[in-house]
Ligand binder design. Structure first.
Ligand SMILES: [Mg+2]
Length: 441
């Protein structure tokens, strides 16, 4: 492609991926119950990290997120899949990255472990994200800008439309992106001035006692937060109490609740009647992430409370069906559950076609650092709107990142460092490596 030639002339030499290594990184968050919810009662926020070694100046760093046990299995899967990018030139990979993505998700034997779901898809995400990190570092730009600088044709060329074309094909996607292209610069300037709207989850973990929730809510309000989420789903009385406490602290500001898949469909509908007085903006993951029609039934029953899901939606096909079935009000993409940047772009386009806002899942380890880029891309290139949009933030573990997500007055600042913001400090890798890092001694 012309773009490849042009870039390679600018770079004195190509950057070739020469090797791969993985690292099992785990933070002992279960000790404080940070991240606890109705289903995941003791998470140790973890990242299966991959480092793409090169013959150039930079390494590509990527990760996928888990909550502890099994993180080593993700590392093993990454090592098996990564042979598909070792020996390749990064500019060539990115110039035709829909083909790269198709190769990674269609390894003739490994695909049996998915396809495009579960552990093998988490591994795909780590590798795809690492390739994009390497490309952005090589270009000297933050990931969001590398993508936003593409022409509409190049942008749409990053997406594998297989399994989507009955609902959204390349031409229609191109029309969406072209319509917004002339005004991209104004939206970038606006985000650099104002930031991207966010909400706070880390005041309302399920394992936190009431006084801690109150203290954290007050501190967050003082910091300028204007939108909050609490965990629900253990028992009705304690959920009502948690919502009362949050409402007492935050007043009429937007409040969401997250059930983390704990309910049956009928149970969700019944349970939500008890939470009606709290005027929730959305109920998140009310039931199994695979139950598209169940989500639709819940949505019809609990309106005007919205239904949100996506952090466990395995791939773009699940989102296609959730949108076709009018099952959700909010699309919660996850930077690592979907197969990395390329598949996220596919879901952003789907959501724009259906006119449903994207409110990314974040928190965890590194997920805020990732999705800040994806929200910028969504606004600048795909949706062109901030209406009813808000990106999750949890205030944990950012100190480990060389370029952490930055918040001002409850909004993400636009990341400006080159790459995809996922590099940790060397001492953090050393401390959090499982099982021999100093945090685990
Ligand atoms: Mg959630």
């Amino acid at each position: 492609m012309a773009r490849t030639v042009e870039r390679c002339l600018l770079c004195a030499a190509m950057t070739r991926i020469t090797g791969v290594r993985t690292l099992d990184v785990r933070a002992p968050t279960s000790r404080t119950l940070a991240g606890s919810d109705a289903v995941h009662t003791d998470p140790d926020y973890s990242g299966a990290y991959v480092f793409l070694e090169t013959d150039g100046e930079h390494e590509g760093v990527g990760m996928t997120f888990t909550i502890g046990a099994g993180n080593d299995l993700c590392c093993a899967a990454i090592e098996q899949l990564a042979v598909l990018v070792v020996g390749r030139d990064v500019d060539e990979l990115v110039a035709d990255s829909a083909a790269m993505w198709r190769d990674l998700t269609n390894h003739s034997q490994l695909r049996w472990l998915g396809p495009e779901k579960g552990l093998i898809h988490l591994a795909t995400a780590a590798i795809v994200n690492a390739v994009w990190d390497l490309s952005a570092k090589t270009a000297g730009r933050p990931l969001w800008q590398l993508v936003a600088d593409l022409s509409p044709e190049e942008f749409v060329g990053l997406v594998d439309f297989r399994y989507l074309s009955d609902v959204l094909d390349r031409d229609e996607a191109l029309d969406l992106v072209r319509a917004l292209a002339p005004t991209k610069a104004a939206r970038i300037a606006e985000l650099r001035r104002d930031g991207y709207p966010a909400y706070l989850t880390s005041a309302g973990w399920l394992g936190y006692p009431e006084e801690k929730v109150r203290d954290l809510s007050r501190a967050a309000l003082a910091d300028g937060w204007k939108c909050f989420k609490t965990k629900v789903g253990v028992d009705i009385a304690s959920d009502v109490r948690r919502c009362e406490v949050m409402r007492e602290e935050i007043g009429d500001l937007p409040l969401m609740a997250d059930a983390n898949q704990v309910w049956d469909v009928g149970q969700a509908i019944e349970w939500m009647r008890h939470l009606e007085p709290f005027n929730l903006r959305w109920i998140e993951e009310p039931t199994s992430p695979d139950d598209v029609l169940g989500h639709a039934a819940i949505r019809r029953a609990v309106a005007p409370v919205g239904v949100a899901t996506g952090e466990h939606a395995a791939n773009r096909v699940m989102f296609k069906q959730l949108l076709q079935a009018e099952a959700i009000d909010y699309v919660q993409i996850d930077a690592c559950r979907l197969g990395g940047v390329n598949e996220v772009l596919a879901v952003l386009l789907l959501a724009a076609k259906f006119g449903v806002p994207v409110c990314p899942h974040a928190g965890g380890l590194g997920l805020c650092e990732y999705v800040q880029h994806l929200s910028v891309i969504d606004y600048v290139c795909v949706s062109g709107s901030l209406d009813d949009r808000t990106t999750e933030f949890a205030d944990h573990l950012h100190e480990h990142y060389m370029n952490p997500a930055l918040i001002r007055e409850g909004r993400y600042l636009v990341p400006e460092a080159a790459g995809y913001s996922i590099d940790m400090w060397p001492e953090s890798y050393a401390a959090l490596t499982w099982p021999n890092g100093s945090e685990w001694q």
